[in-house]
Design a protein around this ligand. Structure first.
Ligand code: FES
Ligand code: FE2
Length: 415
């Protein structure tokens, strides 16, 4: 359990909050490329870390992320005209470029140059793998965006989606670092006798890594085998979870790199960057998107009780919630805690070991930053950015095996 103060420290993301500062030390997703698909298209509202912003793509294809409210008298730039390399406010015609420069103030007398003294809030952006990343911290300490596996994949090998989670990011994040729930919440065939032979109370571990942490779970598979899974937690709020149990990691497994991005204290975007070596076809893409509405809310959500089917719950699904993607079942588990769960009320057991380690790491990172030390995985040296071999691993091994040693042979290392 956390004290009330620690809980506040880890869940409040707005400007000036300690965790907000931590999040602003990294590049984080702001948009999907599909939201602003072409030059001079309509701008979109972006709420990120409690700040209201507007995203747009200018005539040259450059991406801008500006403070939503016009520097003149505050009209929303969401309604602005995206034209001739800038976004123009519809109230008095002030025009901004992607860097926040005020290019024109047409209602001012010709000789006025007071626009040159102004600089509107503008966060730098970079587009990669169908996603637009931004950095919202001080310019002088801007890090580089590490290169993960997806940086080198072709567009046919990736399919990023995003969906709305109606709770604080940490509730989502903790689900990805909690291996023990998978035996229950994601048991989609309660009569599967093979599954029943597996161990529902895995032994757990968490290790500090240079990118953040790694959770390890080891389950008994009958008497002779163990099933090992590793899940990286990548600072500040990214994760990779292993797919369903199979003998070993395969490059051709469909897998997801996940980003839990705080919209504000009470809502979160979950970005899932689906990827696979073999190209994803149109039908697969349709399925991978089918649990998300056009506005990125979820088909099964808090307001419709996740369309729980009690008959299915009795006969087949442990949760009673159908899922295209396990995230729908996770959504029920995490959103129904309330928008910002008060962790001073919880009762932790052994199965929460990795969660405890994760919170400790985050609290340390927040305190480090407050005391002027750089948190983990903030990278400035371009020679250190290669994380392309970072994976979530899994493997069935003979009981008693030293998994650390054997994992190295199961697939790319995990950093
Ligand atoms: S409020 Fe935007 S130009 Fe006046
Ligand atoms: Fe889950």
């Amino acid at each position: 359990m956390l004290s009330h103060e620690e809980n506040e420290l880890l869940t409040r993301v707005g400007p000036g909050t300690p965790l907000g500062q931590l999040m602003r030390s990294y590049w984080i997703p702001a948009l999907l490329s599909e939201e602003i698909p072409e030059a001079d298209c309509a701008p979109v509202r972006v709420r990120l870390l409690g700040e209201d912003l507007v995203g747009f793509r200018d005539s040259n294809g450059r991406i801008g992320l500006l403070g939503e409210h016009c520097a003149h008298r505050g009209t929303s730039l969401f309604f602005g005209r995206n034209e001739e390399c800038g976004l123009r406010c519809i109230y008095h015609g002030w025009k901004y470029d992607v860097d926040g420069n005020v290019l024109e103030t047409p209602a001012e007398p010709g000789a006025s140059d007071f626009r040159k003294k102004l600089r509107h809030t503008a966060y730098p952006c970079q587009e990669i793998a169908g996603m637009i990343f931004t950095y919202m911290g001080p310019r002088e300490s801007m890090p580089v965006l590490p290169r993960y596996e997806w940086a080198d994949l072709k567009s046919e090998q990736i399919f990023p989606v995003k969906s709305l989670l109606l709770c604080n990011y940490l509730q989502g994040v903790e689900g990805d670092f909690d291996s023990s729930h998978t035996s229950f919440l994601h048991n989609n065939n309660i009569r599967n006798s093979e599954r029943l032979k597996r161990d529902g109370a895995p032994s757990l571990d968490a290790e500090d890594t240079r990118y953040g942490m790694r959770a390890i779970s080891i389950r008994k598979f009958g008497a002779a085998q163990i099933y090992v899974r590793t899940s990286p937690y990548i600072m500040p709020c990214f994760s990779i979870v292993p797919g369903p149990p199979t003998a070993k990691f395969e490059e051709d497994d469909l897998r997801g790199f996940r980003f839990w991005v705080p919209i504000d204290d009470r809502t979160t975007w979950l970005y899932i960057l689906n990827m696979r070596k073999k190209p994803l076809d149109d039908d697969e893409r349709k399925t991978l998107r089918s649990w998300i509405e056009a506005d990125y809310s979820r088909v099964r959500n808090l307001h419709n009780d996740y369309l729980i089917d009690r008959e299915l719950q009795r006969t087949r699904l442990f949760s009673g919630i159908q899922s295209v993607n396990a995230a729908e079942q996770d959504g029920c588990a995490t959103e129904t805690m309330g928008p910002v769960y008060d962790r001073s009320k919880e009762h932790l057991g052994y199965s929460d070991k990795t969660i405890v380690a994760l919170r400790k790491m985050l609290l340390n990172a927040v305190r480090d930053l407050a005391e002027g030390r750089e948190p983990p995985h903030v990278i400035h040296d371009p020679r250190e950015v290669d994380f392309s071999r970072l994976r979530s691993l899994k493997g069935v091994l003979p009981a008693g095996t030293d998994w650390h040693k054997v994992m190295e042979g199961l697939g790319p290392n995990d950093g």
